[in-house]
Design a protein. Sequence first.
Length: 298
Amino acid sequence: DLLVVGSANADLVVGVERRPGAGETVLGSDLALHPGGKGANQAVAAARLGARTALLARVGDDAHGRLLLDSQRAAGVDTSGVLVGGAPTGVALITVDPSGDNSIVVSPGANGRLTPEDIRAASALVTASRVVSTQLEIPLETVAEVVRGLRPGTRFVLNPSPPQPLPAEVLAACDPLIVNEHEARVVLGADAGATPEEWAGALLALGPRSVVVTLGEEGALVADASGPVRVPAVRVAAVDTTGAGDSFTAALAWRLGAGESLAEAAAYAARVGAVAVTRQGAQASFPTAEEVEEIDEV
Ligand code: ADP
């Protein structure tokens, strides 16, 4: 059973010809409203694959919070750990220009109020889980409290996004730490190295039991004490990479919980991420296990 501890955001998306400057107003397209946030995305991705999944998160007592709860329940996620109130639901204000580039302002709202105390109050959910998956759109001290509450034998997965330097206590618990190139560079600081193998080696030296570096259309690299292994990408016609990392991480966490090796779980996760990039959106792009089997390679 998988527990995702993380963020839930309402994504408010407007297409614009160009972005407004200071003091300026521009007219945009009709508003699109989507459930998002890395925690909510991971939980939906795992549940859609068939994983028994629970979400521990905080949303506001408002329409966006209800949208997020509805999308979790529709995917089959156990929402008994979703706390309500304390601040408005987190939102991401997203403008997309004609070249497809995004500008995003995030208001963390209720995500910033998911506290260490909330984690202690939900300790039964944490100890009941085989795998706990986290990201950094909630306070780092809250993630650290998750680490302290782990039962021996529970596997802890962290995608440090948005990235920041991590305390040794959190790094030591990661099995694996999952990063893309940008996240690897921020976590490592100055001397990151030049290749994914070097990043993985330097990250392992910081204490995690294993590391996964995701490389977009180049696939991924997994590394633990037995050395690095490349996981090739599945070749697909990509249309929108939003949500690829979240679905990859969710799939990997679930397969690890089912007893697969890191390399096996990453190969499955690469198939899930590949399907996600062939479809528009984040949660809307996540496949079922059947769709992962029927993948269209190019
Ligand atoms: P993030 O969104 O966190 O930067 P990536 O872009 O590396 O993460 O994507 C996560 C995983 O999804 C990759 O490791 C890869 O397996 C898969 N993936 C991403 N983009 C593509 C693509 N264009 N073609 C095939 N697989 C992809």
